[in-house]
Design a protein. Structure first.
Length: 423
């Protein structure tokens, strides 16, 4: 029986695994490394986060994005977005060097068993562990407006369902949403020859400003410090003090998690959208149904005036909701034992442990407990360090006092010196 089973091999899962290996825990990591970044984001997309805020986490800080880029003759500069493809490759490099072997098979069910948990793998094998860390990313939590949920996948899809947008070339697509996913998807569609419309409830689009220089006079930095979530003391608090964020009253935490860092486009995508994309702002979809070979979409504007539109396909860039009831990976009885907050997200303890002893969670589902940083790569370092310490405490608390090894100082098998020797 393993000490820890990590389910998911994205930035959070890989970071947790790196810290767990360094702590000397016996562990198994399951999942396709960086799957969301490799399979659910089309070529041409960029990271919205700054390169220095996009590092996966290992205890010694050796396997950083800037190190990976330098090994390939690329400089990761402040204010210059990193292509998603490069970030995915960085994650694979991190997995090879900072993490023990990643088992790319898929976990189809996690259930409780005597002494811990067992995970059923897609090929029928069962693995057992004393503790489990769920780091399943965002894809289980896609949010599609209720008015669109009865339409089929040929008519409506979520923005995260597309690793390739070429199927929409020479068609008409309506993208719903006003955030980065909607605007960058619209830009990529327009650039490949798709006729595209952006439809958003807000009366105007918000655009992030070009970030100020990293090195600034002290008085400017003091007024609006940089953070992994943007400039300003509020963003700094969310990015740098998630442990303190958790001490806020629960209603305050859930409100901030739902509203902070609202929909906005990156400064570098604005000129790719406004001149070429049809924008219908201040409109909300009231119904959508098949009509001929396409879709008819009925909307109402802020004044209550109805409008009827036609399109070939709708892409809902409407985000994700980390609700407990969408944790379909958990067996019914196990999921029922996970306490939930009023917003539907799992209730998470100080060590990222759920109300089920030994069941830990990471990423989006923890945002209502630890703040907006958990929606971004920025939160992976705090999560990995805190969660692994929690796992060690849980193991020590087991009946009979399970042995918890001392932290290991050696590197995982297959490590190199961070010079990009592996491709």
């Amino acid at each position: 029986m393993y000490d820890l089973l990590v389910v998911g091999a994205g930035p959070y899962g890989l970071s947790i695994a790196s810290h767990a290996a360094a702590a000397g825990l016996s562990l198994r990591v399951l999942g396709r490394p960086m799957a969301s970044w490799r399979d659910h984001m089309p070529a041409g997309m960029f990271l919205k986060s700054e390169p220095w805020a996009s590092n996966l986490s290992d205890p010694e800080g050796r396997w950083r994005l800037e190190t990976y880029c330098a090994g390939r003759g690329v400089t990761a500069r402040h204010g210059e977005p990193i292509p998603v493809g490069m970030f995915a490759s960085y994650g694979l490099w991190f997995a090879r060097n900072a993490v023990p072997h990643v088992d790319e098979r898929t976990v189809v069910r996690v259930r409780a068993c005597a002494g811990g948990f067992e995970a059923l793998i897609d090929d029928g094998e069962v693995l057992r562990a004393r503790t489990v860390a769920l780091a399943v990313g965002v894809t289980p939590f896609v949010e599609v407006p209720p008015v669109l949920r009865d339409l089929g996948p040929e008519q409506v899809s979520h923005s995260s369902h597309h690793g390739d947008l070429s199927r929409f070339r020479d068609r008409h697509v309506t993208v719903i949403g006003g955030g980065q996913a909607a605007l960058e998807t619209a830009a990529l569609l327009a650039e490949q020859g798709t006729r595209v419309r952006v439809l958003a409830r807000a009366g105007r689009l918000n655009w992030n400003d070009v970030p100020p220089a990293r090195d600034r006079p002290w008085w400017r930095a003091a007024r609006a410090p940089h953070s992994g979530l943007g400039c300003g003391w509020r963003n700094w608090f969310y990015a740098e003090r998630p442990g303190l964020f958790r001490r806020l009253p629960e209603p305050t935490r859930t409100r901030i998690a739902a509203t902070a860092l609202g929909p906005a486009g990156a400064w570098w995508v604005r000129d790719r959208v406004e001149p070429v994309v049809e924008l219908m702002l201040g409109h909300e979809v009231t119904s959508a149904y098949a009509s001929g070979i396409g879709l008819r979409v009925e909307t109402v504007d802020l004044d209550g005036t109805p409008t009827c539109l036609e399109t070939d396909h709708i892409i809902a860039a409407t985000g994700f909701r980390g609700r407990r009831d969408r944790l379909g990976l958990l067996a019914d009885e196990l999921r029922a034992g996970v306490a939930a907050l009023p917003d539907g997200s799992p209730a998470i303890g100080r060590d990222f442990e759920s109300s089920v002893p030994g069941l830990f969670m990471a990423g989006l589902v923890t945002a209502s407990s630890f703040g907006p940083a958990m929606r971004f790569v920025q939160g992976a370092g705090f999560t990995a360090d805190t969660l692994v310490r929690g796992v060690r405490r849980r193991l020590r608390a087991e009946p009979g006092g399970a042995r918890v090894p001392a932290p290991a100082s050696r590197l995982p098998r297959g490590s190199d010196e961070g010079l990009g020797a592996r491709s």
